[in-house]
Design a protein around this ligand. Structure first.
Ligand code: AMP
Length: 447
């Protein structure tokens, strides 16, 4: 199938050709024609599938060919996104698909001065990309009117709900004209998303290009079992021994991001960190430096897990597992984009068992486990069994002599309905060159 067969105008086809887009992706194949026909869309498509072009390109065509010229402080199409990073990125994509074609676009998000955003809205804009909170501020300051609005796009709608934007969204929906086209994109069709869709969409075309909570097939996933205190050394070892180029490393907390960043710099690795305590300009600077290849490692909290589009990023490391399982899917979606292969490695210590179980249940798979030579974990991560339910970690893990025999007792602290008496320890394959490595004795310190 070609882009031309989807009914796109020559000027936009030229722009896609300039970007070397040869063929529409699955979500583009299914979304472009119905959007051009004015239909509402409910699409489950995770980041990396080409969803941005799927809604942007037909949207631009409609704006170029239909409707009135935009007037002062009005907006004709609004793209709502959960984070500042995604807002910048979607806006950048819109600019590249638009090329020299005559539409005005703008981007608005919090954490930076509102005045330039108010100025850019004065003459009216055809497409505004915005986060919900700042959009509401702009409306309340009379910088924005919705009476010319013809299209509303919700991008990563599930994430907007996760981040607690439901109230702002409801306030905004009440201000918008009822007669409009609405396109809802979400990584999942969760209950709240279905409810939202029921309120907002009119006989939508349903598109589902990610039927499971799976990562793109091009992402190779595995986990390395490691003691918590050895994670930094293991990361440094992986970077040097595997001769990684650029790596995106996810951590759970802002403090953790800062601390790891410092350790990497101390180890002579060019690195920066992005997290919620950093100012927006500092976050954008770090991201830009990473995108341009000026730094090797970018350490990020989940605030950056969505919306980062970095070409050909081959490695993502989960230094900590995320507390919200869904974030795992978004994190590893930073690699293996647009059909390129990628690798997502999680460094998992025994105290992260519950987070691991939640992730594996969500994905419907057991992540393949490995031990890295010289980093054999003293605290073993118990086997996880899909469908067994929530296994509570024992309060005090006992030193267990059964490890060597392939069995470990997990104590008396399981959920009653799912209590396995004995859980087998998985025989983990080694990544080592055969004969190079012997597991460390249990009292040895990792390097
Ligand atoms: P998205 O899922 O919208 O974040 O897009 C992921 C990446 O795929 C971006 O880098 C896009 O530039 C790229 N992309 C989107 N559509 C295509 C296509 N049809 N052919 C090649 N690359 C694409």
């Amino acid at each position: 199938m070609s882009f031309a067969s989807l009914g796109l105008m020559p000027a936009l086809l030229e722009n896609l050709q300039r970007l070397a887009y040869q063929q529409p992706t699955a979500v583009q194949q299914q979304a472009i024609a119905p959007i051009l026909a004015g239909k509402d869309i409910l699409a489950a498509a995770q980041t990396g599938t080409g969803k941005t072009a799927a809604f942007t390109v037909p949207l631009l065509q409609l704006l170029l060919t239909e409707g009135e010229k935009v007037t002062s402080n009005c907006v004709r199409a609004l793209v709502l996104v959960p984070t500042r990073e995604l807002a910048e990125q979607v806006h950048e994509s819109i600019r590249s698909y638009l090329g020299d074609l005559p539409l005005r676009t703008a981007v608005a998000y919090g954490g930076v001065s509102i005045n330039p955003q108010m100025m850019s809205l004065r003459r009216g804009v055809d497409v505004l990309v915005a986060t919900p909170g700042r959009l509401l501020d702009l409306y309340q300051q009379n910088a924005l009117r919705f009476n010319q609005m013809q299209t509303l796009v919700l991008d990563e709608a599930d994430r907007m709900l996760d981040l607690g934007f439901a109230e702002e969204l409801n306030a905004l929906f009440a201000l918008m004209p009822r007669k409009r086209q609405t396109l809802l994109f979400s990584a999942t069709f969760s209950g709240p998303i279905r409810t939202l869709a029921g309120h907002l969409l009119d006989q939508p075309v349903r598109i589902d290009v990610t039927p499971k909570h799976s990562a793109a097939e091009t992402v190779k996933q595995c986990l390395l079992v490691v003691d918590k205190h050895a994670k930094t050394d293991l990361l440094l070892h992986l970077i040097s021994s595997r001769q990684w180029g650029q790596v995106l490393v996810f951590v759970r907390t802002r403090k953790g991001a800062e601390s790891l960043h410092k350790k990497l710099v101390a180890a002579q690795i060019t690195a920066d960190a992005i997290h919620g305590d950093k100012t927006q300009p500092a976050r954008l600077r770090a991201l830009q430096a990473f995108k341009q290849g000026r730094i090797q490692v970018l350490v990020a909290t989940d605030v950056a897990a969505r919306g980062l589009d970095i070409e050909q990023l081959p490695h993502v490391v989960n230094f900590d597992l995320p507390t919200v399982a869904q974030d795992y899917v978004h994190r590893i979606g930073r690699t293996g984009r647009a059909g390129l292969s990628g690798e997502a490695i999680s460094l998992v210590s025994a105290d992260e068992l519950e987070a691991l179980i939640a992730i594996e249940e969500l994905m419907g798979i057991n992540l393949q486990r490995f031990d890295e030579p010289d980093f054999y974990a003293e605290h073993r991560l118990p086997e996880t069994v899909l469908g067994v339910g929530r296994i509570k970690k024992p309060k005090k893990p006992k030193k267990n002599k059964a490890v060597g025999t392939g069995q470990i007792h997990l104590g008396d602290d399981f959920a009653v309905d799912s209590k396995p008496q004995v859980v087998p320890v998985r025989q983990v394959p080694r990544l080592a060159v055969p004969g190079r490595h012997k597991p460390k004795p249990s009292n040895a310190k990792p390097r």
